[in-house]
Design a protein around this ligand. Structure first.
Ligand code: NAD
Ligand code: AHE
Ligand code: ZN
Length: 369
């Protein structure tokens, strides 16, 4: 079939709106009509050329929601009409990783997904006979996409696509990092670096679990108001601090953070996030994705003296199991998504969504087909 897609032909160029060819679902795959998709900083990161796994041409996008329109042979858990959220972290429930119950990083299709291909090693997208890569196994910047059955979460039918698409990455990543990865306890002191689409969901999660002190750190003072609305108790702009930021934060938290979260992708900030943690027990979680070739560093003594460095992908969530529950939380009013979606754009203005992000004017832009 012919579909509408925003194609990344090469790094560093705006997306090109095209009609492209999409082959139907093969065995174990489903065809999904994407109704809405968020734009995450990771899409911009890959488009910039900084992603070592970035392949071009590709159809980016990994924060979508839509409806199953066709299922391939052998598909058992989905049928046409099901409302769904695509999962860039699948959940096969059979691989060594899924069965370990120690990680959400299902590896069943990671090899082909990282090559921009479906599990059989081919792409479903093409234009004039030229192959176009899939992205993160989801390619939600297309009004139709083909997904492996294990990379699809079935959700309730009354959930609005233009809001719950954000659960496909940002909401789950932020709240999940607090609940699943860090396991933040009530009464904790938390420091969040980067108050964007991810960091604000970390704040929302920290508030939900009953943190006492939630410090937000951002160089953009305009993030203060929305962060306070979501539960931030103290705002720190590093550009306004005289002297060392780490020392300032240790002093502010009276000894250091119980938990810190890096939601930027800046390796220097990752170090600050670790080192502002409390001696003996502070845990720092890296969420931000750093550019190719970047490395983190600290004095080993920071770890010897009890600080712990962790990372979190998709908030440690097992997508097919956890995503429908997070949709329920939203529908029951337990979490706020609406105030984080600052812009809703027609598909034709998808590049404006990237511009808004780069100018620091949006939290989340959602594109509607
Ligand atoms: P965003 O652009 O919405 O937010 C980034 C925020 O960081 C902005 O508010 C910006 O002002 C702030 N910032 C930039 N440099 C700073 C600095 N030096 N000090 C303090 N604040 C600074 O981005 P986002 O969508 O929230 O994504 C954040 C990061 O998380 C990105 O690296 C993205 O790729 C990554 N991410 C990771 C996962 C995962 O599963 N690990 C999932 C989604 C996104
Ligand atoms: N391809 C990059 C890494 C990109 C990355 O870290 N992706 C996160 C999701 S970001 C969502 O916005 C992730 O889940 N990673 C786990 C995985 O298996 O990809 C690189 O450095 O190669
Ligand atoms: Zn994302």
């Amino acid at each position: 079939m012919e579909v509408k897609a925003a194609v990344a032909w090469s790094a560093g160029k705006p997306l090109s709106l095209e009609t492209v060819h999409l082959e139907g679902p093969k065995a174990g795959e489903v065809l999904v009509e994407i109704k809405a998709t968020g734009i995450c900083h990771t899409d911009a990161y890959t488009l910039s050329g900084a992603d070592p796994e970035g392949l071009f041409p590709a159809i980016l996008g990994h924060e979508g929601a839509g409806i199953v329109v066709e299922v391939g042979p052998d598909v058992k858990s989905l049928k046409p009409g099901d409302h769904v959220i695509p999962l860039y972290t699948p959940e096969c429930r059979q691989c060594e990783y899924c069965l370990s119950m120690k990680t959400n990083l299902c590896q069943a299709i990671r090899g082909t997904q990282g090559k921009g291909l479906m599990p059989d090693g081919s792409s479903r997208f093409s234009k004039d006979g030229k192959m176009i890569h899939h992205y993160m196994g989801t390619s939600t910047f297309s009004n139709y996409t083909v997904l492996p059955e294990i990379a699809v979460a079935k959700i309730r039918e009354d959930a609005p696509f233009d809001k719950v698409c954000y659960i496909g990455c940002g909401v789950t990543t932020g709240i999940g990092a607090v609940i699943n990865t860090a396991k933040v306890e009530p009464g904790s002191k938390v420091v969040v670096f980067g108050l964007g689409g991810i960091g604000l969901n970390v704040i929302q999660g920290a508030k939900m679990v009953g943190s006492d002190m939630i410090v937000g750190v951002d160089i953009n003072p305009q993030k203060r108001e929305i962060a306070e609305k979501f539960g931030m108790t103290h705002f720190v702009n590093p550009q306004e601090i005289e002297g060392d930021l780490v020392a300032y934060l240790v002093d502010l938290t009276k000894g250091g953070a119980d938990y810190s979260f890096e939601c930027i992708g800046n390796v220097k900030v990752m170090r600050q996030a670790l080192e502002c943690c409390h001696k003996g027990w502070g845990v720092s979680v890296i969420i931000g994705v750093a550019s190719a070739g970047q490395e983190i560093s600290t004095r080993p003594f920071q770890l010897v003296t009890g600080r712990v460095w962790k990372g979190s992908a998709f908030g440690g969530a097992r997508g097919r199991t956890d995503v429908p529950k997070i949709v329920d939380w939203y529908m029951e009013g337990k979490i706020n998504i609406d105030d984080l979606i600052t812009h809703v754009l027609p598909f034709e203005q998808i590049n404006e969504g990237f511009d808004l992000m780069h100018r620091g004017e949006s939290i989340r832009s959602v594109v509607m087909f």
